[in-house]
Design a binder for this molecule. Sequence first.
Ligand SMILES: Nc1nc2c(ncn2[C@@H]2O[C@H](COP(=O)(O)OP(=O)(O)O)[C@@H](O)[C@H]2O)c(=O)[nH]1
Ligand SMILES: [Mg+2]
Length: 505
Amino acid sequence: MTSPTNLSVAVRGVLRRAVDVFRDEPEIAKLLHQQLDRLDEPLRVAIAGKVKAGKSTLLNALVGEDIAPTDAGECTRVVTWYQDGRTPKVVMYPRSGPPTSLPVHRRDGALAIDLQGTAPEQLDRLVVDWPSQSLRTATLIDTPGIASASTEIARRTWAFLAPEDDSLTEADAVIYLMRHLHSADAQFLESFQDQTVARASSVNTIAVLSRADEVGGGRVDGMFSAKAIARRYQAEPTLRSLCQTVIPVAGLLALTGRTLRQAEFAALKKLAHSPREHADAMLLSVDHFLAPDHSAGSSDSETPTSQNALSREIRHSLLERFGLFGIRLSTTLIRQGTDTPSGLAAELVRRSGMNELAEVLHTLFTQRSDLLKARSALRALEHVLSSSTNAATKDLGGDVERILGGAHELTELRLLSAMRSDEVDLPRAEHAEAERLLGGSGVAPAVRLSLSADANPAQLQQAALEALGRWQRHAENPLFSRVAAEACRAVVRSCEGMLTNLPRE
Ligand SMILES: Nc1nc2c(ncn2[C@@H]2O[C@H](COP(=O)(O)OP(=O)(O)O)[C@@H](O)[C@H]2O)c(=O)[nH]1
Ligand SMILES: [Mg+2]
């Protein structure tokens, strides 16, 4: 089995040969050089979805800082890259003309980008350098919305993620946000399925049921409903074939948790400890929460009301930072005994679904980073070759074919995608096991073999041997179709690969 490193080596080799072949065509050579550089850079993960799906908020939650502008400012209409850098830096790349550096300003702790008069339509992208541990594993790309009110914005996101005339999609993986399943969402995900190299885009797409706290109308148990809906979406054949999994996340809650301020905790504590019926009445709705004085006119106007406890300004900012759900949840938690800002922060993050998302991003994207990057590079090269008349491209094409055919990881991706589209007719139990053994839930041997993460080498070895035997028998099963038998043989190879690479005792 070709290990990911071998695949990377092979891809580097073919790219270098291509650079040599195209040395007299500087534009193409430059592009190929960029592909080579990209193999050493962090994975590129785009965040896509409709306007107001919560993309920028989720990006901020992933980074743990307020760097992506949210809501409707002009910057939110430009594709913006956030990459790890030594010092904060913002550079705008116009469609034509040289890039320009923009000043780095912070307003209320958030990065404020001022385009200095340039219209968003004239920009190709913004690139923000930001020192951040999380950006070291993945460069995050914030995109404007799809199927938005503004067709121009939508057009630009489509052009970035699913270019029609140019298969050089710049992202290696996509987090797709949707609030409720909408036909425009399914259509978008479909268009992102690439037809060329690995035909396996579902393997690099994760769907997020975003703003999940709003699903239950802001009820404290709302995240349970969100989880149930996400599970239902996940079982839908269309979605299953378009993305790996659907995870409910309340990005706002996660971001606020990760950046919780002492003063916010103090305000929530005040609210939690104000007379119960006033606090409850106030938390009925956003209007109640912002009402000048809820108990005005009531008989016991002597009682200090919760509104009195918090200025209107503070209430506004609490709503913006927590949402009604977050405020309800926080006051409940404080009443139940959460008594420190760090305790509340951790609980907000835990309940936001962010930890689950981080885990999935780690197992499905980060651990596969080399493979996904190699796949992007092969796609780019295939594209160059298909539009070139250079006679030497035939040999290069043969090299690409050989890499595609020889790299078992790419076969795994292709097969996982086919299995998720229900194109492989294995019985249900075998189908689920095959997906796992092929790396569908993560590439680590323990995950593939359904063992706990601390399984020792002997246990891994034993389980891999058993799986190998089982799948060799499946591969010979005369009742299985040709496609199913082919899948079984690939699973056998995955088992053999594990056995070869498992650490010796
Ligand atoms: N309640 C709640 N509101 C959210 C959440 N995520 C984003 N929002 C709000 O939704 C609005 C749009 O968010 P934004 O991140 O700018 O969406 P984008 O257009 O997809 O980038 C903002 O007012 C956010 O505060 C969430 O998880 N829960
Ligand atoms: Mg945005």
